[in-house]
Design a protein around this ligand. Sequence first.
Ligand SMILES: *Cc1c(COP(=O)(O)O)cnc(C)c1O
Length: 215
Amino acid sequence: MSLQDIQDKFAKAEVGAARTAGSAQLIAVSKLQPDERVRAVLEQGHRVFGENRVQEAAGKWPGFKEEFENVSVHLIGPLQTNKARQAMELFDAIHTLDRPKLAKAIARLAEELGHCPDLFVQVNTGEEDQKVGVAPQEADAFIAECRDLDLPIIGLMCIPPVDEEPSLHFALLAKIAARNGLDGLSMGMSSDFERAIALGATHVRVGSAIFGDRA
Ligand SMILES: *Cc1c(COP(=O)(O)O)cnc(C)c1O
């Protein structure tokens, strides 16, 4: 597949769900992709990218941002508190806010730096031990805590368990967002983005379907 194919499928999925064209934002997940593939997508005019690791993004994006205008890069992988400063300097959005310690560190840094990326709270909708994210039943309290810290929470993010129907998880995420007055829903990947768009995704993270298999 290619960027154009995915954009066409996005448009179809939006129409199919009676949504406004462009209401779901495509985040091209460029982790572990060779620079020439990323450059090709930039040259086709795409400007929104996702990365999993602070270190990898730090080696890749400052250069591309100098070369191409209006690029935004989203952190979609787990964030260690000791990397929060670097992440806030590098990323335009962080999708993986998942614990009070990190929320407090980001709030302190936001005050010091005078800016804060858009934030999504990651919810572990499948309640999997190996996955980060707040448990669904703890989400409301954690969102309230983040709001008390004046953090710019714009939505929720989830990664459904690999062996379950993702739609159930997307619907659960949408329900938690709605009852907390949040509009942003970061959900859907290469294998399930159409279902995510049907269930209201506003930020969809697609990697291999755009770039090909990762190294
Ligand atoms: C890698 C990754 C993606 C993209 O996965 P693909 O299957 O390549 O589309 C999306 N979200 C997260 C959190 C990821 O780590």
